[in-house]
Structures are given as structure tokens and as C-alpha cells.
Ligand binder design. Sequence first.
Ligand SMILES: [Fe+2]
Length: 353
Amino acid sequence: MAPSVADRETLSNNDVIANLKKEVKGPSYPFYFPYFDVGEKFPPTEIFEHTDPGTRADPAKPHLLGPNTKTQDISPYLGTEVSGVQISQLSPEGLDELALYAAERKVLAFRDQDFKDLSPERQIEIARHFGPIQKHPTSGNVKGYPEFHVVYRDADHDRFREYLGEDRANRTSWHSDVSYEKQTPGTTFFFILDQPESGSGGDTLFLSQVEAYKRLSPEFQRRLEDLRAVHSAVPQADHSRKRGGPVRREPVETEHPVVRVHPVTGEKALYVNQGFTKRIVGFKTEESEYLLKFLFDHISKGADFHIRATYKPGTVVVWDNRVTAHSATGDFDKVVRRHAVRLTPQAEVPIAG
Ligand SMILES: [Fe+2]
């Protein structure tokens, strides 16, 4: 048993760490331990036709939200906790409704799921309902299953220090996943395997890019709607190369509209993120830096359109990458293991607002 919060107050930090180390065991799901093969190579991503499953959904969602389903919104703008439904049991119609619900609420936290115990083939099959799954060019995956993007941290693997460096005053890093792809992710799945105890950190921060857009003045919105920005995979590839990691696909740079329209809800969302958006097309360097700094500040300071998604054993968080940005929270004890897997279906080429 880990010491309780009360116990921790009476123990020195070193005692707590020693206690935790004593209990250290391997990951609960070693199959998903991150796998890096520097020899693994993928061809360039190809363009495909995409019809979003949410366009086929019954707005009443009878195949998703049954009589035993409980839902609780986390905030007015985004985020809903869902219990009493198993994603693994949903029919194709139910999965279509899941796409619509994720688009509407932007982030869904499904509790008590058996998803982590399904076969990898079945996990991939469910996610593939929403689009071809992105195979990540640099992150840990699973041998033979490059569709899995593994997030892993324990006492020996401090990914926050690796990715952000040691010189950051905070560990927040807002981004929309792999936004450098020509067809960026839509309905995205993230299932937890090992997590800090409840209240001990490791939440994911999410924000609504729809609400971020709505907060701007009509004049400013109109100006943004004409703009495009470059999203780059180059820094991520360089970082991986530098640490001896794989670069499985040559990094791409892609232009996307600064304001995009969701194909199902019709909502307009800001589509820039600090992780991958590098410059505004047609602007001089200083103009581009000035505008992007404003937009990054705007979305990161809008705590009134942010939420935290929390994890318990069995939680699967489903979010729509087109209308949100997110950040990991590096607030948990270094010796605690956090292990999760993402399945990242790609969707349409972003539609300009
Ligand atoms: Fe992410």
C-alpha cells in the first residue's frame, strides 16, 4: 500500500520515495511498453477520402446513451464524464454517435472500460471506425503494432525532462496531436494502463478551440479566417534524432487554415498550437511571431474554457483533436508510473472557416 496523504505529511520526502521504490513493480501491461526501432520506416502519408462517422449519427444517440448511461458535464464548453456504457460493445451506429458526441462535447471521459483488456487487433479495429490510424514517426509504439502511440513515464524515464528540457518554469505544453499531417486527427482514443493514485496528478489539460475563437472580436475573427499557418514535424524529428530515437517518416510541413470548420457540427475553431504551428503564411517574421504569440497566450490563459480530464483504472478519454488543444500535466511524483496508449485516427483535410 502506498502511504496515505496523512502518512506522507509525517514522513520525509526521502522516506516517501524509499517506500514507493520498495513497491516498484513492472508495468501492469508490459505488452504496451514503448518500443523504439530506429530501423523502422514508413512511406509518406497518403491522402484518403474521409467521411466523418459523426455525419451518419442519430443526434438523439440511442445506440450510445442507453437507459443505464450516466453523463456529467465537466464544464459548459467542453468535457463530459460518461459511465454505464462499454465502448467495446458499441455497434457501428453507436460508434457513429460517439463521433458526434465527441465533436459536440470535445472531450469524453469514459469510466470503467474493458478497452485495455481487448486484443490489440480489436482496439485498432474500433479506432479505425473513425479513420485510418496515424502511425507516429518518432514516439514509442508496440512491436508489430505501429498504430499504438505509447505514453510512458516512471522512475527511470522522465519524459517531461526529455521533451521540455530542465530549464522550464512549468511543464505545460499545449498542442493538438500531429497537426503537421495533411489530414489531421479527429476522434482520438487514449486509454490508461497505470496511473498515479486519484488526486496524485497526471491529469490531461484540455481547452476548447471553439470557445477560444468565439471570445475574439468579429473584426479579429474575420482577419484570422483569411490566414493559413505552417505546422511542422521538423522539430519533433530533430529531437528524436538527437536522442538516438527513430524518424520513421521524413518530417513534413503543412499549411492549414488558422480557423477551421468542424465537418459535423459546423463549429469554427482556432487551429494553431504552440507544439507544431511555426509561422503565418505571407506574414513577415516579426508579424507572424507577434500574432502567434497573441494566439498562444489567448488559448493558454483562457482557464475559463479549460478542463482537466482525470484518470482512474479503466478510463478511456476520447477527444476531438480538431476543436481542442491539450497538455500533459507533469505534476506527479517522479517514481510513479504513468502508462497510457493513444490511437489516433486521421480525419479530413481541415476545412477553412
Ligand atoms: Fe498529445
